[in-house]
Every structure is written in C-alpha cells, then in structure tokens.
Design a protein around this ligand. Structure first.
Ligand SMILES: Cc1cc2nc3c(=O)[nH]c(=O)nc-3n(C[C@H](O)[C@H](O)[C@H](O)COP(=O)(O)OP(=O)(O)OC[C@H]3O[C@@H](n4cnc5c(N)ncnc54)[C@H](O)[C@@H]3O)c2cc1C
Length: 288
C-alpha cells in the first residue's frame, strides 16, 4: 500500500527550490497532477518519496498569460482541460489544442498538467510544441533560463535535470500564414489510449513549392523535429518520392512489447506522406 509522509505547497519559486534542494537526502519528488507519477508508483517503477512538493500555489505556474513580446506563456501547472478552454490557445495554437483533446479521458485531463506532460518526454503535446517552436522556461535556483523544447529534448537525454519547469512560451505570429496544419495520434484503439505514434506538421504551399514546413513525431519513441525531412521538402518541386525514405532514416524509434521499431518508422512515414499528398491534392497536384 502507498503511504505518503509529507506534501509541501510552496507559494513561490524560491520556496519551492529551497524545499526541493534541502529535502534531497530524505527523498523528494515534484508532483503536478500526479497522473503519470501514480502509474509509476503503482508499477514500482519509481520509489514513493518522503516529501512530495506540489507547485499548485505558485502563481506564474498556474495561469496562461500573453506578453508584450507577442508570446503566450502557459504555466507548467495549467491542466490540459484548462488549455482546452483557453480562447487564445484555441486561436493561435490549434495543434496544441488537438493534442490535449487526444490525451487520456476527461477525468485525467482535469488533473494532468502541460508541464507534467512535457517533463515525461513522452507526452503527446511535445510534437505539437516542437512544430510551434515552443520555448521552455526554467528556474535553476538563481535565475530564469529559456531553452527551446527542441534543444532540451536533445540535451536532457545526456544530462540529469536539476531545474523547475515554470512554463512554456509560444510565439504568436499573426503573419505566420501557414495554409496547412495537421495532428495525428495513432494508438492501439481509437480513444483514451497510449500513443504508438504522434505526429504534428504545419507549413505552406506557394507557387507550387512547399515553404516553411515544420514536422515533428513522437509518442512511443523519443520525440523529435524532422529537420532533414523539412529541408528535403523545401528543396522539392512538390515531389514526395524521396520523403518516405528520408523520414524512415531520420526517426530513431525503438521496439516495445507491442510494435517493432520498423513498424513505428513505417507508419510515421506513411501518415506524413498521406497528409502531404492530401494537401497537394487540394492545391491541384497529386503525389509524384
Ligand atoms: C489513464 C491514463 C491515460 C494517459 N493517457 C495519456 C495520453 O494519451 N497521452 C499522454 O501524453 N499522456 C498520457 N498519460 C500520462 C499523463 O497523465 C500525462 O502525460 C500528464 O499530462 C502528466 O501530467 P501530470 O501533471 O499528471 O504529471 P505528474 O505525474 O505530476 O508529473 C510527471 C513528471 O513531471 C515532473 N514535473 C511535473 N511538473 C514539473 C515541474 N514544473 N518542474 C519539474 N518537474 C516537473 C514530475 O516530478 C514527474 O517526474 C496518461 C496517464 C494515465 C494515468
């Protein structure tokens, strides 16, 4: 049976930092919604620590704000359900909204936070945030650090994290006139299921060419931006023949008990190709 000894609720970042660093010896864990952590504790994949630090009383972590620099800042403790209700996110980040809608059941979304979803490094919001070129806002005990989500995914696979995730920033660009955007999640059944592959993409087609295409994939493998595939698309005159192989070579999927690495790579490539083909057909050109 699970037994928790102390739950701390600091009211600001410095207090939270003090608690986390001073409780290290006895064991400490940051808890947001606790939905992912609960599965880890119940399966004995993580030890239940003496001190649980909840960040729910820290103001900058619990709201969505718009800055003068045309950025939306989503506090890390904002729930997925609250993201779904926010008018600014609906207007400027439709891919993130689609991702939140595809995560778990409504009861989980009421508790689960965007910060927790990102921090697990397997969350379905990550491909959407990669395509939006989101930046992560961290507190390192002394100051605020800003880092692109793309670079964090690379660096954090090498280095152990010792920072608090304060929130995620997304630039609002009214001039960012993309004319296509897609989000796809493939699981083993239609709803409320873990992802096999999650894909996000956006860009434009102008004068017969793909422009400013951004693609990302993740789910049951390390999420990544498909930068080489984006470049390849930019070099093509609406020709998708090399794209399938390019995606397969770029994805670093690993096998799990349900699907092989090759299967994950192939379905990712098939889905992206099918989306791009549909987009081209809408502009009067089929796949070549
Ligand atoms: C039934 C069920 C279905 C699910 N379905 C999906 C799904 O479809 N797609 C999906 O992506 N996920 C799914 N999940 C996983 C999980 O619920 C979500 O990823 C959720 O968004 C995690 O958020 P949380 O607030 O509950 O995180 P928590 O469990 O509280 O924390 C997750 C991790 O993040 C750390 N953390 C949290 N906040 C911070 C912070 N501010 N700074 C530093 N570290 C922090 C915690 O210490 C912990 O290591 C599911 C979970 C369950 C139980």
């Amino acid at each position: 049976m699970l037994s928790v000894q102390k739950v701390w609720k600091p009211s600001n970042l410095n207090e939270a930092w003090e608690l986390i660093t001073s409780s290290k010896k006895e064991g400490v864990c940051i808890v947001a919604g606790g939905t992912w952590l609960r599965t880890q504790w119940e399966a004995s994949l993580l030890p239940l620590t003496t001190n649980l630090v909840s960040l729910e009383n820290i103001k900058e972590m619990t709201s969505i704000t718009e800055s003068k620099e045309n950025e939306l800042m989503i506090g890390s403790q904002v729930t997925l359900a609250d993201c779904l209700e926010d008018k600014r996110l609906k207007r400027y980040t439709p891919l993130l909204i689609k991702a939140c809608r595809k995560i778990a059941a409504p009861s989980i979304r009421n508790q689960a936070t965007i910060g927790g979803n990102i921090y697990t490094k397997a969350g379905d919001t990550i491909p959407a945030l990669l395509v939006e070129r989101a930046k992560l806002v961290w507190f390192n005990g002394v100051e605020i650090e800003i880092q692109s989500i793309e670079s964090w995914l690379i660096v954090s696979s090498i280095k152990q994290e010792v920072r608090l995730l304060v929130g995620v920033k997304i630039e609002i660009d009214e001039k960012d006139q993309v004319n296509f955007a897609f989000f796809k999640k493939i699981g083993r059944r239609e709803t409320f299921t873990a992802s096999l592959v999650t894909i996000a993409g956006k860009g434009s087609i102008r004068e017969g060419r793909f422009e400013n295409v951004r693609l990302a994939a993740g789910g049951s493998f390390s999420p990544l931006r498909l930068s080489d595939t984006e470049l390849e698309l930019g070099n093509q005159q609406m020709n998708l023949s090399s794209i399938h192989d390019q995606i397969i070579s770029e994805i670093q999927a690993n096998a799990d008990p349900y699907a092989s690495a090759d299967y994950k790579k192939i379905i990712t490539a098939n889905i992206i190709l099918s989306e791009l083909d549909q987009i081209m057909k809408h502009t009067g050109k089929g796949v070549s």
